[in-house]
Design a protein around this ligand. Structure first.
Ligand SMILES: [Zn+2]
Ligand SMILES: [Zn+2]
Length: 461
């Protein structure tokens, strides 16, 4: 007969008798974020007032690097031109969890916070994301919780999520400065995701009603296209018959693309939305060099490829009609987003802990926009959630963060709490996610599929 009764202490309790619970760690982190809330909000606002577009986020990256240094984090910068990545090793061994934030802005010249010289403006709320990233780093480091976790935490500010200024970026590609036109794609290729096992981020969004966080859902993938119609210049008044009008070729192509829309199936969520980036030189010359950019988005890569073939046909039809030429560069765009269910569930439960169930939308269904977080989600467990606290139309000239507590501090807390759930208890949850998730593609398969999408061709009649 034994005198011992009751529960035996666990291995962890014997080795770390004063190990705080996950709930205690979460409370400490949230307290730290609250204590330094004005510093975090100030940083987000500062970036909001100093917008920079993708691969040009020099000042924004410097601010992030300075903050990482002040937190005592070891970091690398200049990654994919402007990315900044800090690594925090925890006490025990375990997987590496990354928290990401996007550095870049859009170009919306009539936005109230637009840069007067460049027209750059944060009309997608990425300044809030950097606030969240720094907020979660401040919470985790300030509360000194890494001693109780296993694995590593990566805080990474990533460049160029908005797939814009395609001409400028394609020049960067041609000069060998980048291989792909978006930040996370380029970081994957450069090996900056090689030491990461799973990744999360939260994006700003205009969320309808009184909801505050959206988790789940899928989003479109896409290819991007740069198109150049080549004609012949001539006097527009006295001798247009000697010219070949490249603008007319472009307009015929646009109409031809519009004629395809009835063939796009609803379930494929195809979006084709070209813009003309150059329409001619002077009004008295027949336009000889007209340029367009477009995406072809869709729910699956097969649907995208099918629609892309139709778009190419239409572009060639424009050139054929006027007797000109068309150069078409098709660039690998984004992969469809797939949220990892287990990781998402951890995030969701922390959102519920902070805000209650009624404030969360658990699945938004399919979104026809695209993100290069989709690319990350092809090669590792990843989640891309959304936080409210904004007003106006996303990508519109009225999109603003109105409530920084909701848009920045709350998601910073949720992500820091999620890191705790993943890496506490010897990183049991992170290990479970790794063991139960098979990425759709290896990094090598991803790179080869990206390279397979690149096409450069010139067509004449
Ligand atoms: Zn955007
Ligand atoms: Zn965005």
């Amino acid at each position: 007969m034994t005198a011992l009764s009751g529960k035996q202490p666990s291995l962890q309790e014997r080795h770390y008798p004063f190990m705080p619970s996950k709930e205690e760690l979460k409370a400490k982190v949230c307290l730290e974020i609250d204590k330094r809330s004005s510093e975090i909000i100030e940083m987000a606002k500062n970036i909001g007032e100093n917008p920079e577009t993708g691969f040009r986020e020099v000042k924004t990256a410097r601010l992030v690097a300075e903050k990482f240094a002040a937190l005592g984090l070891t970091y690398g910068d200049g990654l994919a031109l402007t990315g900044v990545k800090a690594v925090l090793p925890c006490t025990g061994e375990g997987p590496t969890v990354a928290v990401l934030g996007e550095l870049d802005s859009l170009i919306v010249p009539d936005h109230p916070l637009a840069d007067p010289k460049t027209g750059a403006a944060h009309a997608c709320g990425h300044h809030g994301q950097i606030g969240m990233l720094i907020g979660s780093a401040i919470g985790i480091l300030g509360a000194r919780i890494a001693d109780y976790l296993s694995g590593r935490i990566v805080f990474m500010a990533v460049p160029a999520e908005e797939y814009i200024e395609i001409g400028f970026r394609d020049e960067l590609r041609k000069s060998g400065k980048i291989t792909y036109l978006a930040g996370k794609q380029e970081l994957i290729k450069l090996g900056q995701f090689d030491d990461i096992d799973m990744a999360m981020m939260t994006h700003s969004l205009s969320i309808p009603g009184d909801k505050k966080i959206v988790v789940g859902g899928t989003s479109n993938g896409m290819v991007a296209k740069q198109v150049r119609f080549i004609g012949r210049s001539a006097h527009a008044g006295s001798s247009p018959h000697q010219g070949i009008n490249a603008l007319n070729a472009a307009m015929i192509a646009l109409n031809a693309i519009n004629s395809q829309r009835e063939t796009f199936r609803d379930q494929d969520a195809i979006r084709v939305h070209p813009i003309i980036t150059r329409g001619g030189e002077t009004v008295n010359i027949v336009p000889a060099d007209v340029r367009m950019e477009t995406y072809v988005r869709g729910r699956t890569m097969n649907a995208i490829q099918s629609a892309n073939g139709k778009v190419d046909r239409c572009l060639r039809a424009g050139a054929l009609a006027v007797g000109g030429k068309v150069g078409i560069t098709t660039l690998p765009g984004y992969s469809p987003m797939m949220n990892n269910e287990i990781l998402q569930d951890v995030y969701y439960k922390n959102a519920v802990l902070l805000l209650g169930e009624s404030a969360i939308i658990q699945s938004y269904g399919h979104m026809a926009g695209s993100t290069d977080m989709g690319d990350v989600s092809q090669i590792m467990p990843a989640i891309h959630s959304y936080a409210g606290g904004t007003s106006g139309i996303t990508h519109g000239n009225d999109f603003l963060i109105r409530d920084y507590e909701q848009a920045v501090l709350v998601p910073a807390k949720i992500m820091a709490m999620t890191v705790i759930d993943l890496l506490a208890d010897g990183a049991a949850k992170a290990r479970e996610i790794k063991e139960n998730s098979t990425p759709l593609l290896s990094k090598e398969q991803y790179i080869s599929s990206m390279n397979g999408l690149l096409r450069e061709a010139e067509y004449a009649d």
